[in-house]
Design a protein around this ligand. Structure first.
Ligand SMILES: CC(C)(COP(=O)(O)OP(=O)(O)OC[C@H]1O[C@@H](n2cnc3c(N)ncnc32)[C@H](O)[C@@H]1OP(=O)(O)O)[C@@H](O)C(=O)NCCC(=O)NCCS
Length: 213
């Protein structure tokens, strides 16, 4: 009885104003247990401490934590690097906001900060994978302009398929293509039912568009 009441309380929305949330860049090993605890609670994939260290040691500038007072309520963990010797690509590995703090724009702010840092470092695009059943994450990234580039069959250990999501940064000389990219993103909402193959082709087309100089 007590345990279920505690669980209920844990789910209840927290009362707070957006201005009370502090966003902090990863600042050393003392942040690691906070990140691990959030991700272990909320993501289906189990990660070892080596995985966490790989990300935060090599790309601390792409990792952010959201705090409400002393309480860590959200985090984003990312990396970036050369992809197939052709593209400098950012990658969002983990994103979590604890339940009572959801729906207030915290994840959007965390992701936006990491994307801005990637852009400033010269990334041309950002990718990530999300479970095809994760409506919240798919809506969030869709709003930020990510398209569904590929469907990955049984990608996760739990057997669920993933969408590979991709955001391509407009090149300085491609401003005239921006409206077209926006339209492509909009049309994505109507492509939910098509095959991974079709999605892949759509992504190829977007890539070609972006390579026009
Ligand atoms: C996905 C997650 C990070 C969203 O965090 P959040 O702080 O609530 O997200 P935001 O408040 O920034 O949401 C921004 C937009 O995303 C969409 N969205 C977020 N959660 C949603 C949900 N459960 N259902 C539908 N849309 C949702 C909405 O469009 C929302 O904008 P709106 O509130 O103006 O409608 C959070 O639910 C979470 O931690 N889930 C568990 C872990 C996870 O799935 N991580 C992503 C792995 S790819």
């Amino acid at each position: 009885m007590e345990a279920s009441k505690e669980a209920e309380d844990g789910e209840r929305n927290a009362e707070f104003d957006a201005s009370e949330i502090d966003y902090i860049s990863y600042d050393g090993e003392h942040h690691l247990p906070l990140i691990m605890s959030l991700v272990d609670q909320e993501l289906s994939e189990p990660y070892s401490i080596f995985t966490y260290r790989y990300f935060v040691y090599l790309w601390p500038q792409l990792c952010f934590l959201a705090f409400h007072g002393d309480k860590c309520v959200g985090t984003v963990v990312c990396k970036m690097g050369e992809h197939r010797n052709t593209t400098f690509r950012g990658y969002i590995a983990m994103l979590v906001v604890i339940k009572p703090y959801r729906g207030k724009g915290i994840a959007t702010e965390l992701v936006t900060r990491s994307i801005n840092a990637m852009m400033e470092s010269g990334c041309e695009e950002v990718t990530l994978e999300a479970e095809v059943t994760n409506k919240g994450a798919l809506a969030l990234y869709g709003r930020l302009g990510f398209i569904r580039a590929k469907r990955l069959f049984r990608y996760y250990l739990n057997g669920v398929d993933a969408f590979r999501l991709k955001l391509m940064f407009p090149q300085p000389d491609l401003h005239s293509y921006l409206p077209m990219m926006t339209n492509m993103d909009d049309s994505q909402h109507h492509r939910d039912h098509v095959s991974g193959h079709t999605e892949h082709i759509a992504a190829e087309e977007n890539l070609k568009l972006n390579s026009v100089s």
